[in-house]
Design a protein around this ligand. Structure first.
Ligand code: ATP
Ligand code: MG
Length: 245
């Protein structure tokens, strides 16, 4: 796989729900490419189609028309089994509501995608522990979700999303249920993953969260109305002294 193949290539994606008078056009011809290492924030008002787009990008839903390639593979041409494999190996998800399995330890939750992926037990354990270490939770691996704070649960969810080394990390409002401190923790982890070269697409309502991304895509009524690169957050500070002198 060369770098010239984008992780995501989306062309003229249309998604309609319902029929007749009840028909809703949630996406009206969305096209975009996301290259390896990009960090994209998708913004837009409630109902603008963000989750619809994310669900299609994550192979959880299929478009009404248009094409979608992930790592060069045309998702529309895959059967159910191939789709399940793609979802498991190429895409990591983080949801607003964490979606951890209750009464299973953090470690077991993080191991789960590897169980589905057929990875043996010893390797599973080692990889899950490494992923939990990456999110700073080595001292909580045997805790169950209800014994963890919201921020810690979301960090477990990030570890679970990463443990398969996916080509793409998708996050739908990952900080939507978190307080300021936990939001900061999760964003720092995403920033670090981005610096390490991960490809990240996240949905957010908040400008503060979007400011961490390298690129912002704005949806209005199922259409891309803005797609722009941002200056790095921690870029060089303004040269105040020179200006003053
Ligand atoms: N399963 C569904 N059946 C019918 N209409 C749907 C369905 N899911 C979403 N819609 C409609 O599609 C449009 C886009 O919804 P979507 O969930 O993608 O919005 P969103 O941008 O994620 O909003 P929010 O910020 O509130 O999460 C909305 O008008 C919504 O009512
Ligand atoms: Mg949504």
């Amino acid at each position: 796989m060369t770098d010239s193949v984008p992780v995501l290539r989306v062309r003229d994606l249309v998604k309609e729900y319902g029929e007749g008078d009840a028909r809703v056009r949630a996406l009206r011809g969305v096209s975009l490419d996301v290259h390896r290492g990009d960090y994209v924030a998708i913004m837009g008002a409630s109902g603008s189609g963000k989750s619809t787009l994310m669900n299609i990008l994550g192979c959880l839903d299929i478009p009404t028309s248009g094409t979608y390639l992930i790592d060069g593979a045309d998702v529309g041409l895959l059967d159910e089994r191939q789709l399940a494999i793609l979802r498991n190996r190429r895409v990591g998800f983080v949801f607003q509501s964490f979606n951890l399995i209750p009464r299973m330890s953090a470690l077991a939750n993080v191991e789960l995608p590897l169980v589905y992926g057929g990875v043996g037990q010893a390797e599973r354990r080692a990889r899950a522990l490494a992923a939990l270490d990456q999110v700073g939770l080595t001292d909580r691996v045997h805790h169950e979700p209800n014994q963890l704070s919201g921020g810690q649960q979301q960090r477990v969810a990030v570890a679970r999303a990463l443990v398969t080394a996916p080509a793409l990390l998708l996050a739908d409002e990952p900080t939507g249920n978190l307080d300021t401190a936990s939001t900061g923790d999760v964003l720092r982890i995403l920033d670090r993953l981005s610096e390490e070269g991960r490809t990240i697409v996240l949905i957010t309502h908040e400008d503060d969260v979007a400011s961490h991304a390298k690129r912002v895509i704005r949806l209005v009524d199922g259409e891309v109305v803005e797609d722009r690169r941002q200056a790095p957050v921690d870029g060089p500070p303004p040269r105040l002294l020179e200006a003053a002198g």
